[in-house]
Design a protein around this ligand. Structure first.
Ligand code: AP5
Length: 210
């Protein structure tokens, strides 16, 4: 199965991607996590991406497409994958389509901007493996420590209120048009916001017919 997860920053893509990945036995590919690892390792891609990410802007398409092409060529993607945070522009979607990739479904996580702002302030992210938590909705067993790998949990630099507002603007202008793109292809599935992570998973499985 090949899936795309579309949605505003903080809509729950990473959280649901992790759950679905375990359930379906296929990897989740998060361009955000790949970029953050590149930034912390100081690679050429990371050095190029950092200023865009800190400002809440999209990283240029050529950088993203290079990352995605390399990742999709790895053997663990042979049985399918879940894309988290990519495509994010029409150009990225057209690139995947022209490359012959056929998606089974595009999950669009629907949530208001006001709700996003509330969620982001409580989010904590693992520096080492990228897993996400929420101080109230999904706390780790030990404060500040990742349940999965023991890494340090931090608040992301781009989760400040001002940067989140800018990321939301970027989402509405550059990424939201992808809904029309995939609706025209008959594979868009709406996932309305739910008060808990478990309730969202239930809706995701329902819209996927699972
Ligand atoms: P990226 O890392 O992809 O960030 P994003 O899309 O902004 O999404 P987030 O990771 O912030 O949120 P999420 O939807 O995964 O929500 P989460 O599950 O954590 O990208 C970062 C940057 O990289 C971009 O700004 C850009 O610069 C660059 N970039 C990446 N990809 C790119 C691309 N393709 N093109 C160009 N640039 C690119 O949930 C949020 C919080 O809410 C968590 O704390 C969670 O526990 C909690 N939560 C989740 N669901 C629920 C629920 N139902 N109820 C209550 N709490 C919930």
């Amino acid at each position: 199965m090949k899936l795309i997860m579309l949605g505003a920053p903080g809509a729950g893509k990473g959280t649901q991607g992790e759950i679905l990945s375990k359930k379906l036995g296929i990897p989740t590919i998060s361009t955000g996590n790949i970029l953050r690892a590149a930034v912390s390792e100081g690679t050429p891609v990371g050095r190029k991406a950092k200023a865009f990410m800190d400002a809440g802007k999209l990283v240029p398409d050529d950088v993203i497409l290079g990352i995605v092409e390399e990742r999709l060529a790895k053997p663990d993607c042979a049985g399918g994958y879940i894309l988290d945070g990519v495509p994010r522009t029409i150009a990225q979607a057209e690139f995947l389509e022209n490359d012959g990739v056929k998606f089974d479904a595009v999950l669009s996580f629907e949530i208001s901007d006001a709700e996003i702002e509330k969620r982001m302030t409580g989010r904590r992210t693992c520096l080492k493996c990228g897993a996400t938590y929420h101080v109230v909705n999904n706390p780790p067993r030990t404060e500040g420590v990742c349940d999965k790998c023991g890494g340090e949990l931090i608040q992301r630099d781009d989760d400040s209120v001002e940067t989140v507002r800018h990321r939301l603007e970027v989402y509405h202008v550059q990424t939201e048009p992808l809904k029309g793109f995939y609706e025209a292809r008959g594979i868009l599935k709406m996932v309305e916001n739910q008060p808990t992570i478990e309730a969202t998973t239930k809706v995701v499985l329902e819209v996927l017919g699972m």
